[in-house]
Design a protein around this ligand. Structure first.
Ligand code: CS2
Length: 472
């Protein structure tokens, strides 16, 4: 299938299909594959990857096949661009090209040990930490005969085949930005299996491990300019390449069936408890991202780095992180949160990334709960002010009302609610969106309403006012 290339720091012909990566997009190329690449270079081994997607992206997988899985990752900041040729992918799979059961067939193959997931928040088809049985995709997969369309249905179909083939369990490792993503994956997979076959659900609970993980690397969607940068550094085009920031972090719960792939040798941290790392990253980095994604357009900015050149926005983020989010966290041992926040602000200033706000704003209804609603709930309980978080939510509702539509699984009801006479109440009381404790809290709604009115009147003044509130 592949041969050792002069550039590969490990023999590619030894790699076997031991890892399946479901949802193989830009982040997969730039994050877990980079860890595996460096790990294999350190320790060797046979940990090859089959890159799979279920919906869009069959062309991207074919393009990867045409290069025998090889592609480049460019890590860029300031004047520096560092290139790595990644050789971990040994094959690809897509149901539209290879047959409806291609991916689940792979799950049942004896060499397979780990399934990596980057299927985005909505891919888990879950609500409040459990499988959403009213989700149309879940209903279709439960009604259908073995030709799943959701990631969860595909995983369960594959695990059923694996059990029948007698190959034993494996590890399902979520790499999506969700709190307790291991437990979430487990609940969705086991919940789905239970609906079909309780004995299969028992087998999964006994044989499959679901470690949680915190992933961090800023990987913007590729643009013509980023392909040009890569061409400039490489001397030729690579349409499979990815440009990202130099920073990367991966904290993984040490909970694998058998020996884990050499992620640790590639720089990952294996720990007993991921949660403090997850919460810190989701609230500080992702919470700040979501805040910029909606406040930035009100000041006519298009990228994260543009926002960082603003007179007020860097301070808005610092206050959000340190005055509103940090106090809601149990920090991982040894972390200096001011240092962490300042390092994040520095990462956001990376002008080489062209990280579009609209990319971050996508699927906001799936991101708000862990990034903003959960910390607001803690702040309300502790009687602490949360003026920047209120602005962020108000800016989201204003954007839903006034901006061109941005993809979101709840786009239709959200946009309809945002056109109502009182958009804040209409959006925040939609069912299944905001946690009940907030949805029914009149003080929460009126705080966001005030922020909304201020932003709609004059975003600059509203932002300056919110900044002053922490000093009041
Ligand atoms: C971003 C993340 O699009 C988004 O929602 O906040 O993709 C972010 O860039 C990564 O989580 C950084 O690790």
């Amino acid at each position: 299938m592949s041969r050792t290339l002069p550039h590969s720091p490990y023999p590619r012909d030894r790699l076997k299909p031991r890892i399946l990566h479901l949802g193989f997009g830009a982040f997969a190329r730039a994050h877990p594959m980079v860890y595996l690449h460096h790990g294999l270079a350190q320790t060797g081994g046979d940990w090859g990857v089959v890159a799979a997607r279920l919906n869009s992206g069959v062309e991207a997988l074919c393009a990867l096949d045409a290069e025998r899985g090889l592609y480049h990752v460019a890590e860029a900041d300031g004047d520096t661009t560092s290139l790595h040729q990644i050789g971990t992918v040994i094959g690809t799979s897509h149901p539209a090209r290879d047959g409806a059961m291609a991916v689940s067939d792979l799950i049942a193959t004896p060499d397979l040990s780990v399934i990596l997931l980057t299927i985005t928040e909505k891919g888990y088809c879950s609500h409040n930490g459990t499988l959403d049985l009213s989700h149309p995709g879940v209903q279709a997969d439960l009604a259908g005969n073995n030709t799943p369309c959701t990631a969860i249905g595909t995983l369960v179909a594959g695990l059923r085949q694996r059990r029948t083939a007698g190959h034993g369990g494996l590890t399902l490792l979520s790499c999506d930005n969700q709190p307790d993503n291991g437990a979430l994956t487990r609940a969705a997979v086991v919940g789905f299996a239970k609906e079909q076959d309780p004995a299969l659900a028992d087998w999964i609970e006994a044989e499959v491990r679901f470690p949680s993980s915190m992933v961090d690397r800023i990987v913007p969607a590729m643009t013509p300019e980023s392909y040009d940068v890569i061409k400039g550094s490489l001397g030729h085009a690579d349409m499979n390449a990815i440009l990202c920031e130099p920073f990367r972090q991966w904290v993984i719960e040490d909970n694998f069936v058998g020996t884990p792939p050499p992620f640790e040798a590639g720089g990952a941290l294996l720990v007993k408890d991921v949660q403090p790392f997850e919460d810190m990253k989701l609230r500080l980095l992702n919470g700040a991202h979501t805040t910029l994604a909606w406040l930035g357009p009100l000041l006519s900015y298009e990228t994260v780095a543009d926002c960082m050149s603003d007179t007020d926005l860097p301070q808005v983020l610092r206050q959000l992180m340190l005055a509103e989010q940090a106090s809601t966290l149990t920090l991982p041992e040894g972390i200096d949160v001011e240092h962490y926040a300042d390092a994040l602000l520095q990462r956001f200033r990376n002008t080489r990334l062209q990280h579009k706000l609209v990319q971050i704003a996508t699927d906001s209804s799936q991101k708000m709960p862990q990034r903003l609603f959960a910390p607001i709930t803690c702040n309300i309980a502790a009687d602490r002010p949360w003026p920047i978080s209120a602005l962020a939510i108000a800016a989201w509702i204003l954007g839903l009302r006034d901006l061109a539509p941005i993809a979101d699984p709840h786009q239709t009801p959200l946009r309809k609610a945002a056109q109502q006479h009182d958009p804040v109440t209409a959006v925040l009381t939609l069912s299944g969106l905001v946690p009940d404790a907030l949805r029914t809290d009149a003080a929460f709604i009126s705080t966001v309403n005030l922020a909304f009115a201020a932003l709609a009147h004059d975003p600059r003044v509203a932002i300056k006012q919110a900044l002053l509130e922490h000093h009041a």
